[in-house]
Design a protein around this ligand. Sequence first.
Ligand SMILES: [Zn+2]
Ligand SMILES: [Zn+2]
Length: 97
Amino acid sequence: MARRPRRAKISKKDPEKALRNTALVTCAFCKGGGIDPYGLSPLSKCVVCHGRGTVRVQEPFETDPACEGTGLYFGSHLYCWTCRGKGVISVKSKKVN
Ligand SMILES: [Zn+2]
Ligand SMILES: [Zn+2]
């Protein structure tokens, strides 16, 4: 019998498929700069995008009405909890693929 090395089945979640449904958007919290605008040090990385300047969001998405796309929690220097600082939130698709 030929031994077939079985590749691990991706049964739970297909990471590639998951990535296909996401989009890169500019981080609202740092406005794409990658630096925490309110960090203790100017070298602090943005906690939202981890210094990348962009964040990946699940599609479809829309501007977060809670922070109006600023990514900021109202009246504070914290990131918005609704969108986690991204400025956009995923919209639950009616279509279940
Ligand atoms: Zn950022
Ligand atoms: Zn928000």
